[in-house]
Design a protein around this ligand. Structure first.
Ligand code: I22
Ligand code: G3H
Length: 979
């Protein structure tokens, strides 16, 4: 039997759009099968059937079109959960991902937007005939703004505008949630002429606000002379979730009630959602009644109520309950596919929406009398709804992130974590915390509460610096051409720590391609080292790059003065400035000095980036330009990793976050020695990473101690305080390293493996490590952007240098012992025993006594204020190996003053587990500092003394061995004595 077609629109109102449209189609034209199809008959009752589902194959196979043609489908809604089902865990979108990324790499959310918008456009095109034939009354496809923006009005507005412009279809509806922040966005967007689908509506009060926002938006547009006749809007009122929530409350009340009362309460189950909808519809009629007539006269459409969440959740209820009971004019019901199939099969059509309104009122009164606060339930459901959509978005973006990486292949360095079970569990817990609290988005948004709320947000410029530099790379490319034309043989970068270690990685990893200048770095005050670098460059054909963010750092200033004078002597005062370039933050004293000395160029750093995070800014790019590197490729590489670690890559699929959480969890578990192993061709990366990790995390007695370039030893030498990072260059890997790392893994040590396809991809690691360090800093609970103890050393050094300038010498210190050419100084707690041991056992005795203070979990750091040349490095590396094998503790090596701007922070401010051996020596030859009553040798000595003074202040265990006479021989003896 066919379903009787109503004779007239039930409310008799001119608002009944579908009714008007129906009247134009004579009954005799309708097929019997149409009359038998409840779905198709819905429109006879003024209701449009929409589909709450979308997927690419569904459109491509013609299923959507079939529904339009055969079932009179009039619209489609999507949401993050729908796209999650469509995209995650299917390969339906893989080809589209690959073809999009073949043209250009993109962020995870850009890629998702692309996929979603493609689907939405195609669906909109399938529904376009409906839109046209109903003159814009129907035929819409909805796309929801990111649930992460649910509490952000401006963000919602911006995203909705972007969708509107990029989807570029008149039958698009942008979905905006009915949150407090969503309501003003609805008004603004309506006033701009966008079609809005308001989602996550549960409460009638919220519904009224939303309807008013729509009406206000229309009025505003009209006032501004805009067309309001093309605007369509729906208010998506959620149904089934109300019953799920209220039924639970009713059942709780039944449990404690007498049988008759329990029965009465039980009878309310499965009724409240429909009653709530029916009451909302009565409000709709009031809101869009007479008061709306003026707008209607100007062409406006009422905002229809759309029943959403209409799939039955409770199997005890009819599977078409939420369709059957809510049929009425000028409404929409968006059904999930199974519910649509069920309704087509056995739905009942009739004017149910206004039937028994009194009973609906009675139901609502009864639940209120029982103490169920429906507004409170609705409020919770909104919060919950936002969370559920955010959860779905996390899964969705996680899957898009994985698809992106799979499509990019080895264009992005792969990372894998091989962790013992306890660390796996800890990282999993942290990952879930980070996901649930949106921490990676908060990090990118500059939320200082992730750290210590000490202004960390002011230091996050590095997050977006790649974009900035990409947008102005032409300026550097021009500089690169100018440098090439001048045919410099060498370039010497003068700087410390963050200003030199990044360029050093570039210089040593890439050399000087083509005709470019060979880049050298000087980051020492050791006179021998300065003389050595001077002998390697041709002063007349060298470009000097003086790099200092603050501009006030001692070393680059005096080294600049030194080389400036040398070049002036070689070329004459008139020309010297043209051979110098400065990189410094705007307004620094270095900028002033560069101007005064007529430097060729000054590049500005970005003041919101601290030195150690600056390598992807001008501090790395200008030196890279000089070496002739392809800067666009450099930035593309960096950008690929920035996107991989972006705010839209959820923690589980964000390698930077995973590495950071691993390091943070490891630190908490006492595995705080981050041991860096790198393929020989990219070895220098370790020195850069060492500064980043140590200076960022090592403070307030907490942090990570990086261990770079440690000679390998027997497995037994590695304690449970280690976590390893293996940077493996695929094209030039080292078998011994591979085997060593595999053995570490077998022995249960945690290892983060990073697989680098080719040397140019090392650039990506700068960004991964920066994110990882910021994340680890959050887990450890420190501010990863300050360096209080480095500053302390700088202050002591300044005081001591001033003393030398006044008196001609360093203030005398009391040695603990003298053994041949070795003068020993030690911390107050150790001095007695060390002196005693020196008397009986000479140098070896003293060193033994010092290192006997080591306990498991401690580390040794050799701090050598010497020329950092191959010979000295080799001897000290030998000493490290001996200590590692004999003492079974992590060992570090730093050359002063270089390490003061790097690991020095953690040695003084980090965990008090370091046992330090400082080595100083007489200088066979010294160099004057121009314009000062100081020599470089004296500065180096002042730096060593300042370092020791701060170590002492911080209660650290140290021994200083000063070598007089033959330094090489002295060093050999020290190395021999530690074993
Ligand atoms: O809001 C709209 C349509 O405007 C829907 O897409 C809405 O998100 C869905 O109906 C609900 O999310 C489905 O909810 P549920 O069936 O999972 O409770
Ligand atoms: O890592 C930073 C060093 O302490 C050098 O600082 P600077 O770039 O301000 O000279």
């Amino acid at each position: 039997m066919g379903i009787a077609r109503p004779e007239r629109c039930p409310d008799g109102a001119s608002t009944c759009l579908l009714w008007r449209e129906r009247l134009t189609r004579p009954e005799k034209d309708r097929k019997e099968s149409d009359r038998m199809n409840p779905l198709k008959t819905l429109s006879d009752f003024g209701q449009a059937a929409w589909l709450d589902f979308l997927a690419r194959s569904f459109i491509e196979k013609g299923d959507l079109k079939r529904l339009v043609d055969q079932d009179d489908l009039r619209g489609v809604t999507s949401n993050p959960a729908i796209f999650e089902k469509a995209i995650a865990d299917t390969d339906e979108y893989d080809a589209a991902v690959a073809s999009f990324l073949a043209g250009n790499d993109a962020s995870v959310s850009t890629l998702y937007d692309h996929l979603a918008m493609q689907d939405i456009r195609r669906a909109a095109d399938v529904l376009r005939p409906v839109y046209e034939s109903t003159r814009g009354a129907d035929g819409y496809v909805s796309l929801e703004v990111s649930p992460y923006l649910a509490n952000d009005t401006e963000g919602t507005i911006a995203e909705a505008r972007r969708f509107w412009a990029e989807v570029d279809r008149p039958n698009l509806m942008v979905k905006v949630p009915a949150t407090d922040a969503g309501v003003p966005a609805i008004r603004t967007l309506t006033s701009e002429g966008l079609n809005i689908n308001v989602t996550l509506l549960f409460s009638q009060t919220a519904y009224e606000q939303v309807a008013r926002a729509y009406i206000d938006g229309l009025r505003e547009r009209l006032r501004n002379g805009g067309d309001i006749s093309r605007i369509s809007s729906v208010a998506s009122f959620f149904i089934s979730r109300i019953d799920v929530a209220v039924d639970k409350l009713l059942e709780a009340k039944m449990a404690g009630a007498a049988p008759a009362e329990a029965e009465r309460i039980g009878a309310l189950r499965g009724k409240v959602a429909i009653a709530n909808g029916k009451q909302a519809y009565q409000r709709y009629k009031r809101l869009f009644g007479e008061d709306f007539d003026d707008l209607r006269a100007a062409g406006a459409r009422a905002q229809r109520l759309l029943w959403a969440s209409t799939g039955t959740k409770n199997k005890a209820y009819s599977d078409v309950l939420y369709i059957d009971e809510l049929i009425g004019p000028d409404t929409v019901n968006t059904m999930p596919p199974a519910t649509m199939d069920a309704f087509r099969d056995h739905g009942h059509v009739g004017y149910t929406l206004e039937a028994d309104v009194d009973e609906a009122d009675a139901v609502m009164r009864s639940v209120a009398d029982l103490g169920v606060d429906i507004e409170a339930v609705a409020h919770e459901l909104v919060v919950d709804g936002v969370r559920l959509f955010a959860d779905a978005a996390d899964k969705l973006l996680g899957s898009v992130a994985r698809k992106r990486l799979a499509a990019l292949g080895d264009k992005v360095n792969a990372q894998s974590l091989v962790l013992p079970q306890d660390l796996t569990d800890a990282v999993a817990r942290l990952t879930e915390d980070w996901r649930a609290s949106g921490a990676i988005r908060r990090l990118w948004a500059g939320d200082a509460s992730l750290w210590t709320n000490a202004g960390e947000d002011k230091w996050l410029g590095w997050l977006r610096v790649v974009e900035t530099e990409t947008s102005r790379v032409d300026e550097l490319i021009k500089f690169q051409r100018d440098v090439a034309e001048l045919e410099f043989a060498d370039a010497l970068l003068i700087g410390m720590g963050g200003s030199s270690l990044g360029p050093e990685v570039l210089a040593e990893t890439f050399g000087a391609p083509g005709r470019a200048a060979r880049l050298h770095v000087i980051d020492s005050t050791d006179p021998e080292q300065i003389a050595a670098i001077e002998s390697r460059i041709n002063l007349k054909r060298t470009l000097f790059i003086v790099a200092s963010k603050s501009g006030g750092t001692l070393e680059p200033n005096i080294l600049k003065d030194y080389f400036y004078e040398k070049v002036a002597a070689a070329l004459g005062r008139g020309e010297v400035g043209s051979r110098f370039v400065a990189i410094t933050d705007p307004g620094s004293s270095m900028e002033e000095a560069a101007k005064a000395a007529s430097f060729w160029r000054t590049f500005h750093g970005e003041p919101t980036i601290g030195g150690r995070y600056a390598v992807l800014s001008r501090f790395g790019l200008a030196p890279a330009a000089v070496t002739g590197m392809n800067l666009r490729m450099f930035l593309q590489n960096a950008q690929a990793m920035a996107w991989t670690c972006g705010p839209d890559a959820p923690p589980a699929d964000n390698p930077g976050v995973q590495l950071g959480l691993t390091l943070g969890a490891a630190a908490r578990a006492g595995r705080d020695k981050v041991t860096l192993i790198a393929s020989p061709a990219i070895r220098t990366f370790g020195a850069w990473a060492e500064q980043l990790i140590a200076e960022s995390t090592g403070k307030q007695g907490k942090g990570l101690i990086p261990v770079d370039n440690e000679p390998a030893a027997d497995l037994a030498a590695y304690g449970p305080d280690r976590v390893f990072i293996y940077l493996r260059l695929r094209k030039a890997s080292n078998l011994a390293q591979d085997e060593f790392v595999a053995a570490l893994e077998r022995a249960g040590h945690p290892v983060a493996r990073i697989d680098i396809a080719s040397p140019d991809r090392i650039v990506q690691e700068f960004f991964r490590f920066e994110i990882a360090t910021a994340v680890a800093g959050s887990v450890i609970g420190i501010n990863p952007f300050d360096q209080p103890d480095v500053e302390a050393s700088k202050v002591r050094t300044r005081e001591l240098s001033a003393a030398i300038e006044q008196t001609g010498a360093l203030p005398a210190q009391q040695p603990a012992a003298q053994v041949g050419p070795f003068t020993l100084y030690a911390d107050p707690a150790g001095a007695g025993a060390i002196a005693e041991a020196a008397r009986s056992g000479g140098l070896a005795g003293a060193l033994n006594a010092h290192f006997n203070r080591l306990v498991p979990g401690d580390y040794v750091a050799l701090l050598a204020y010497l020329n950092r040349n191959e010979a000295n490095t080799e001897v000290l590396q030998g000493a490290r190996k001996a200590l590692l094998e004999r003492r079974r503790v992590a060992t570090c090596l730093g050359f002063g003053p270089r390490f003061l701007h790097s690991t020095g922070q953690a040695y003084k401010g980090g965990p008090n587990t370091g046992v330090f051996l400082q080595i100083t020596a007489d200088h066979a030859a010294d160099l004057p500092v121009p314009g000062r009553k100081l020599s470089f040798g004296q500065v180096e000595a002042a730096q060593a003394a300042g370092d020791l003074a701060v170590l002492e202040e911080r209660g650290r265990r140290f021994l200083r061995v000063h070598v007089s006479g033959d330094v090489a021989e002295g060093l050999r003896q020290i190395a021999g004595a530690v074993g």
